[in-house]
Design a protein around this ligand. Sequence first.
Ligand code: NAD
Length: 291
Amino acid sequence: MSILLDGKATSLKIHDELAVRVKEIKKEGGKVPHLAAIIVGDNGASRTYVNAKVKTCEKVGFESSLIQLPEDISEVALLAKVAELNNDASIDGYIVQLPLPKHIDETKITLAIAPHKDVDGFHPENVGRMALGLPCFLPATPAGIVELLKRYEVPTEGKHCVIIGRSHIVGAPMAMLMWQNAIPGNSTVTVTHSRTTNLKEICLSADIIIAAIGKPEFLTGDMVKEGVAIIDVGITRVADATKKNGYRLLGDVNFEEVAPKASFITPVPGGVGPMTIASLMINTLKAVDRN
Ligand code: NAD
């Protein structure tokens, strides 16, 4: 029987730990962490994510600012907003929710964020520092996964970890964290992607699989060996008329088929998603010290 890696319950524990820390900070007369989030346009999924982040700030006692900007905002105007937040001493860290509208160059925006306020950990300075194992803001999703592996004591040392997907926000940083000389870490890592030809064969040799593709139920039972640990990062909205909101969320793993063979497995929803938000909160707390 597999052990469910309960990201929801773990994130609630982290919220409690952060709330305790905020109370201490207040008692000591220190600065209460303040997270700002910029959202551009009206993407339903983005709005859900940002609202969840703001709500979590309120819950743990952080200050938060939600900056809603119109879909047709120019790149210059968005860069000006970013500069404003860089110079606003009351804000410790901020995120620019992705994706941005097509007319805005996401890389340009990421590069403009002050590294010491980049709590998403996407700026090259933070990515480079992560690669070198130096103090930095770790990207929230991979950091949340590492925290989950740590708290459930999932064995990683000497294990073959297969990552499916090579995106800059999940797959690539995940690889760096799994091969780093640390616990969790010390894995032998294989990164696979859309051009990988023998994915099934590679997955069958994996002790740990981290799936971050965005294709619902892609990883099936015949692709994994007995005892594998599974981290399902994927979240895809699939139309479902039986649901009040008209959709349900599916991961990249066929849970029904894979769970019986797995030693550990994350559910979707309630696995990696809540851990991502918890990591963002941890980064925001760190940002107060960095500033
Ligand atoms: P992306 O689209 O940037 O990258 C997808 C990756 O999958 C690419 O590197 C591509 O090469 C790879 N891929 C596509 N088809 C493949 C195939 N057939 N075989 C092997 N690899 C293949 O996606 P992303 O931003 O990394 O996100 C991936 C998924 O994770 C999405 O569903 C996204 O919504 C979800 N996500 C969840 C969280 C969370 O907090 N839970 C955070 C970020 C992303």
